[in-house]
Write a protein that binds this ligand. Sequence first.
Ligand SMILES: [Ca+2]
Ligand SMILES: [Ca+2]
Length: 493
Amino acid sequence: MTTSKRAVARRLLAFVAALAVTAASSAAARAQEPADAAAAAGARLAISATVGAGPFLVGALIPVEVTITNTGDAAAANVMADAHSSSGSSFGVQAHEWGDLASYPGPGATVAAGQERVLTVHGEVQQWSGAAPVATFYLRQGDAWVASFRLPIPVRDPDSGRDVLAGLVYGDRDGDGTPDAGEALAGVHVNAYTLGGPGRVDLHATTDAEGRFRFADLTVQVYSLYLTDEPDGWVVEPSWSRVVVDGSGSAANLVLRGERPLTDVLSATMRFTRDAYRVGDRAEIAVTLTNRGTTDLTGIKAGCDRSGGEGPELRDVALGELGWNASGVTVPAGTSVVVAISGSVSDEAAEHGAVAYGCDFGPREDVIDGRPVASALAKVPGPPATLRLLLFHDRDQDRTMDADEVLPGLAMDLRDAVTGQVVANGRTDAQGRVSFENVPSGPYRLRLRGAWDYPGGQSWVMYAGTCRNCQFESWVALVPGPDATRTRRVGGW
Ligand SMILES: [Ca+2]
Ligand SMILES: [Ca+2]
């Protein structure tokens, strides 16, 4: 997966995961009485909500002003607010929109006696199911509903109109912010889609020689647009966006600007200052940033451990000048600078036999594509361990290891991922399995002997250790590749 695809996937996951089923009420409606106020002795809670006239598009973020009052004479604790659809299309408000009133993860907020809270939350209809939603906004304390309010949400039927989503993708080679002759980016994959169930739209186009793409005859709603496969490293930001297609033609001439990637001029390496550590050590990484360009780079910061994995990663990391709250590092043109970051070595690192850390570098946190990446690895010695692997070729590309896809008789070297030394040799058995018994704990890479390679040519680090995942057999998907053994023979003999 490319960095941009990963970034898109992360954004989508966060977006989908955060959607809680919610509800709405109608424009300029009034508060209802609490359904059950028993849960809050002395408190008297009510909720009301208003929404603009709209109509809003499917897929648009719809602002709803919510008023929460406690007209009783005692505070109400653990008050949580949410919304769901009572009828019509499903309407959702993401939990984070509610702030301290969010019902997940709780515990909710305290509403003081006499207090009125007014907040604006944003909801969304992801899929039209034949009618506009009527939403119910409600308050609860624990499992008890204490107040609710119905609000019709004015949403437009996507089939009420047709429109075009089209535009131009260009690489702004001269940096003037304008598409010029020779700057068109051809072959960019443009994807337009909507979220939600059976009726979801998922369209794909490729920019032509003029950098143009076009989706015609679209229903009127908000589309997610994202780009992949920009040629020659061009970075179009944002690579993911929401586009309003409302029948006015406003989306018929989008201009999407690409910039050269930072990797054109900036490179980075990271290395631990020692080869081995023990649990509790404060480990230091030397980060070397090199500017091959002709202008100084300023404000360079690090984005690290973006996957947020709980494994051998360095913990409690101090990024110093590279931190997001710092001013960043200046790398003068044509020079290298070395910056130190540090962190602590965890028990989990010891279970992996290693400590690892990876970062990307650049001036803006929100632009991930095109940034140089680097990682560092050191050992955290533990007892010897066994590494068990199964090697296969997913010939039918169904992302599943089928019985006839294992790779028997494939020879390989097990290399220490820190020193590069070959620690053991192995060969897969008839079932495609190979096992390296009682090797020193730590990080390893495979060097394959035979016409096989890792997808994308990138081997990955495997950990021999006592960690839970380290105990499992690792399934390694390979693809046909150059025969490294034969290449060496030709060159060496
Ligand atoms: Ca230009
Ligand atoms: Ca398969």
